[in-house]
Design a protein around this ligand. Structure first.
Ligand SMILES: *[C@@H]1O[C@H](CO)[C@@H](O)[C@H](O)[C@H]1NC(C)=O
Ligand SMILES: *[C@@H]1O[C@H](CO)[C@@H](O)[C@H](O)[C@H]1NC(C)=O
Ligand SMILES: *[C@@H]1O[C@H](CO)[C@@H](O)[C@H](O)[C@H]1NC(C)=O
Ligand SMILES: *[C@@H]1O[C@H](CO)[C@@H](O)[C@H](O)[C@H]1NC(C)=O
Ligand SMILES: *[C@@H]1O[C@H](CO)[C@@H](O)[C@H](O)[C@H]1NC(C)=O
Ligand SMILES: *[C@@H]1O[C@H](CO)[C@@H](O)[C@H](O)[C@H]1NC(C)=O
Ligand SMILES: *[C@@H]1O[C@H](CO)[C@@H](O)[C@H](O)[C@H]1NC(C)=O
Ligand SMILES: *[C@@H]1O[C@H](CO)[C@@H](O)[C@H](O)[C@H]1NC(C)=O
Ligand SMILES: *[C@@H]1O[C@H](CO)[C@@H](O)[C@H](O)[C@H]1NC(C)=O
Length: 897
């Protein structure tokens, strides 16, 4: 282990020091009193206390015996670290991407009275810098590295390796020019092995202000084989010579004493067991005025000719250096006089650096963010050095990812019960990979920042037991509702969940009925083609009910299931069907299965008879499966099966009659009843349909997936109670352990879950998606796949408007503004959650039911208080209608699929 001696002496300054601070220089005298600083008499540089750079350790003075007048004052005191394995300094205001030289000095001076010199490690960030083996109490040990800053901080850490507590006397940081050591980049760092001012006889080093970068150029130890040349002339360097070796250094040189011999510089690698890579830099300038003489030499490196017939220029600096780092165990730099030369070779200065590979550091953005968090809350703990690396020093409360090839990311942060005060630090929103964040049990006040809702991977957020105020950002609400985020907010007296429940001043537009210019509402009819496609797809469907006898649907969810169809379903024969339907007099619908006829039972109960047509794709097996299924499924929001018929000629299902037809007919304006559905009716329908689906998903074991939720399959009873119909495609989950089943795609274009579409994996969330589409249709009055060809799918059309906070342009104009905007907004939010692209992001039907209930109560509250529910009318409509039309055109995407 070669250490650079620091041959500093007070009062020996040759150059007049430039007083004060050099930009970017940080000079720390470790161990002096907080806030104390002084101008160094030798360099004129300002040395400051380390108190602002480190949070641990204790100050000591070296023992009196070592306090000599010739000892530089920086070494009179030190900071030692008796506690903790790793203690770090944080050098701030670093320019990421810049090169920095960092130098540390150590003088033991028996500060602890133990007369036991320690050995410990020093790190720059995650990179091992040196092992400091202190074995002379009165020597000053120094070590220097050059790094490229990868973040806006540089951590210098002292690690106790079990040989006495680490300490440090001085710490200096110097920004370097970019033209210096061009081969250095972030992937490596340079550990300085030596830097000699050859031929110098001074008993001190040359440094700032002679050296603009404050490199320390030391005189070599006396070598009897060498002689010194020197000049008082100024040695120049080319303007583009980034090395800027000081003239003071270049004006002396070493030469071999004996004629005809060479200059040899020999050394061994740092660790002979693991040879490293090195860079060698040689600096030459002719300092003697040559008349009829010549100085020409060859340079050999480990026996190989490196530079041939080199002749240094008069009073000009030349640099010779390795472009690629070289690997060796020992080095032998031999400078030999060339045959034609009349003068011996010279060398003015030399530097050798060991090149080391940088270790993987925590992602720079995460470091900057967590440092900001640390600063805002004054977190102490062991929060020092790199947050994640090495793993045995990962900051308490943090968990980091470790993928090996990618920089570690902070994935969890636990600051519960840490006495935090003030607001939630916005910087938390920059911890992009965060999954868990626990800030509970502190004294945090102010709002919950929106930035938290932007964290893409956040799964767990605990804000409970604080003094937070305002409302939860919408993005967080959404994610909490759809189950992708577990959010805890209890014990925050002034925090409300949703803004509707605290203050109702969301800035939104409501539709204004522009009577004259209103485009006639396009009445959309059911897309027959959709049915055709579905029928084709049905060929692929493999509908199976598995083991019917073991399937069960609870009645627990059914509150007042006291309708007329509680009884076990009846079995009919064909003759009965003829009688009931008056010989199939009135067809009321048509589906994949066949035609549906109106009928009346003997007691006058109205029924719908679904008769399988000869061409139906649905086979006997599937038909029976549906019948089986339906007999077990009883819920007020599911169309009930009255009975079925199976004989050699016919297969038929007999359902309760839904007098008001399908929701689709209502939305398309095809019903005889004049006037569109009011918002409150639409909400009730949505809630009822949602309850029906919830029952299929949660009330049945195994759960039943409807697979074809759409407005034509939501039927309205005489009292406009909504019920889900058409179980022909229903798929029963075979096992609780399966979270999805693979199946050929069935369903109706416009409603099919894209994830199911691409993966063939079906689960309850596929129904949730389709339900979301239905909800959008209820809000907008538009069909899922509208006839306007270039408008695209309803989701594509609605999403951009909502993203801009503008719901007014999508709400069904036929509702004539008769609704509470908060309630419509909430419904739109639910629809958006339901139609998120991946199943996991979507809420369950139970969540949907809960939220729709909230929605309905908002609407009811609005009606009760008899305030005009068009409270948005006087809020800005923003641009003119023309302007809006422009925006709308601009956002029309290509049509879905
Ligand atoms: C150092 O200065 C800061 C700010 O000026 C002050 O708050 C602190 O008390 C000072 N510390 C000492 C030890 O004087
Ligand atoms: C250091 O020198 C600068 C420049 O002369 C001066 O402004 C500053 O006050 C000095 N600082 C101390 C601590 O003496
Ligand atoms: C180190 O630990 C000892 C004993 O626990 C304690 O008395 C001392 O204050 C600690 N020193 C520092 C600098 O934390
Ligand atoms: C170190 O010495 C100085 C002056 O001699 C004194 O003011 C200071 O308190 C000492 N510091 C410690 C930590 O003992
Ligand atoms: C310790 O260092 C001092 C000054 O650097 C030197 O004079 C002395 O000989 C060294 N002692 C040992 C035991 O090497
Ligand atoms: C860093 O430098 C090394 C050697 O000079 C080179 O191989 C590597 O590609 C460089 N890396 C970057 C990121 O520039
Ligand atoms: C350094 O050298 C000068 C002469 O150049 C001499 O006077 C002085 O005593 C030396 N200092 C030390 C510490 O050796
Ligand atoms: C160093 O290299 C020179 C020239 O290649 C050679 O003559 C010399 O013997 C070498 N010295 C050592 C100690 O290996
Ligand atoms: C930290 O872990 C490394 C290896 O993972 C081990 O070599 C080192 O001793 C550990 N340090 C401490 C203080 O536990």
């Amino acid at each position: 282990m070669a250490m650079i001696g620091f041959f500093l002496a007070l009062g020996l300054s040759a150059a007049v020091p430039v007083r004060g601070q050099q930009p970017g220089f940080i000079s720390i005298d470790c161990g002096i009193a907080e806030n104390f600083s002084y101008n160094n008499s030798l360099t004129g540089l300002l040395y400051v206390s380390d108190a602002q750079f480190v949070e641990t350790g204790e100050n000591h003075n070296i023992s009196n015996d070592f306090q000599t007048s010739s000892l530089p004052v920086q070494n009179w005191n030190l900071r030692s670290f008796p506690n903790g394995t790793r203690n770090c300094y944080t050098l701030k205001n670093i320019q990421k991407g810049n090169k920095y030289m960092i130098r540390a000095g150590f003088m033991y001076g028996n500060y602890d009275g133990q007369n036991r010199e320690p050995q410990f490690d020093i790190y720059a960030g995650v990179n091992h810098w040196a092992t400091m083996n202190i074995n002379n109490a009165s020597s000053i040990y120094g070590t220097e590295i050059t790094v490229v800053a990868s973040v806006n901080f540089i951590f210098v850490c002292l690690v106790d390796t079990g040989f006495g507590p680490p300490f440090i006397s001085t710490l200096e940081l110097r920004p370097l020019g970019n033209d210096l050591y061009k081969s250095l980049n972030e992937s490596s760092y340079f550990h300085n092995i030596l830097r000699y001012d050859m031929g110098s006889t001074a008993n001190r080093s040359t440094r700032y202000p002679d050296d603009v970068y404050d490199r320390m150029w030391f005189a070599t130890a006396f070598n009897p084989a060498w002689t010194s040349l020197n000049s008082s002339a100024n040695i120049n360097h080319q303007p583009n010579d980034g090395f800027e070796v000081p003239s003071m250094v270049m004006r002396t040189a070493a030469a071999p004493k004996d004629d005809g011999s060479s200059l040899q510089i020999l050394g061994a690698a740092q660790d002979e067991n693991s040879p490293s890579k090195y860079h060698i830099f040689l600096y030459f300038a002719e300092i003697e005025l040559l008349r009829n003489q010549s100085r020409i030499f060859d340079i050999y490196l480990n026996g190989n000719l490196w530079v041939d017939a080199f002749s240094p220029r008069y009073l000009e600096t030349d640099n010779i250096f390795t472009e690629e780092p070289l690997s060796f165990e020992r080095y032998n730099i031999t400078i030999s006089e060339a045959a034609e030369s009349t003068l011996p070779p010279i060398l003015n200065a030399i530097e050798i650096y060991e090149v080391k590979q940088s270790g993987m550091e925590t992602d720079g953005g995460d470091v900057d963010a967590i440092m900001e968090v640390k600063a805002s809350y004054q977190v102490k703990k062991n929060w020092m050095g790199d947050p994640c690396v090495p793993t045995n020093f990962t900051w308490h409360g943090l968990n980091c990812s470790s993928s090996g090839s990618e920089p570690p990311r902070i994935i969890s942060l636990n600051l519960a019960h840490s006495g935090l005060t003030g607001e939630i630090a916005a910087a938390l929103g920059n911890l992009e990979s965060l999954r868990n964040l626990d800030l509970s049990g502190n004294n945090l006040s102010g709002p919950v920042p929106d930035a938290l809702g932007e964290l893409p991977y956040l799964e767990f957020l605990n804000l409970s037991s604080n003094q937070l105020t305002g409302s939860i950002p919408r993005s967080l609400q959404e994610r909490s509702k759809n189950g992708s985020l577990k959010l805890s907010i209890e014990n925050n007296p002034d925090l409300c969940y949703a803004s509707d429940s605290c203050e109702r001043h969301r800035k939104i537009s409501v539709p204004i009925i522009i009577v004259l210019s209103a485009v006639p509402v396009v009445l959309l009819v059911v897309a027959i083609s959709a049915w055709m496609i579905r029928r084709k797809q049905q060929e692929l469907a493999t509908v199976s009910t598995g083991k019917p006898e073991r399937e069960l649907c609870s009645s627990g969810l059914v509150k007042d299931n006291n309708g007329p169809f509680q009884l076990e379903s009846q079995q009919f024969i064909y003759k009965d069907l003829v009688r009931i339907t008056k010989n199939f007099e009135r067809a009321i619908g048509k589906g994949g299965f066949g035609t549906v006829y109106y009928g009346e039972l003997g007691d006058g109960t109205q029924v719908a008879v679904k008769l399988r047509s000869q061409s139906s794709m649905q086979g006997t097996k599937e038909f029976l499966a549906e019948a089986q299924l339906l007999t077990r499924v009883h819920h007020r929001n599911l169309v009930s099966l009255v009975g079925y018929c199976k004989d050699e000629n016919s297969l038929a299902l007999v359902y309760e009659y839904m007098a008001q037809g399908s929701l689709q007919e209502h939305l398309a304006g095809k019903t005889s009843k004049p006037g569109a559905l009011h918002w409150i009716e639409r909400l009730r329908i949505a809630l009822e349909a949602a309850q029906g689906l919830e029952y299929l998903h949660k009330g049945c074991r195994p759960p039943i997936i409807h697979r074809d939720v759409k407005t034509t399959n939501i039927l309205l009873s005489h009292g406009r109670e909504a019920k889900i119909a058409d179980f022909g495609l229903s798929k029963v989950f075979q096992s609780d352990t399966l979270t999805h089943v693979s199946t050929a795609i069935v369903g109706t274009p416009g409603y099919v879950d894209p994830e199911y579409y691409y993966t063939y994996q079906l689960n309850e969330k596929s129904d949730v998606f389709s339900f979301g589409v239905v909800l959008l249709e209820l809000i907008t009055g538009q069909a899922a796949l509208p006839k306007i060809p270039d408008r695209g799918h309803i989701i594509q059309w609605v999403r951009p408007w909502l993203a801009r906070g503008d719901i007014g342009n999508v709400v069904d104009k036929r509702m004539e503004g008769q609704y509470d905007t908060n309630s419509v907004w909430k419904a739109a939010e639910i629809a958006m959650q339901c139609t998120l692209p991946t199943a996991i992001q979507r809420p369950t039907m139970s969540d949907v039911v809960m939220q729709l209930k909230d929605c309905l109560s908002l609407e009811l509250a609005c009606e009760r208080t008899e305030i005009l529910c068009m409270d948005g009318l006087n809020i800005s409509y923003g641009d003119s209608a023309e302007g809006d039309a422009e925006v709308m055109k601009a956002t029309l995407g290509p049509s879905a699929r």
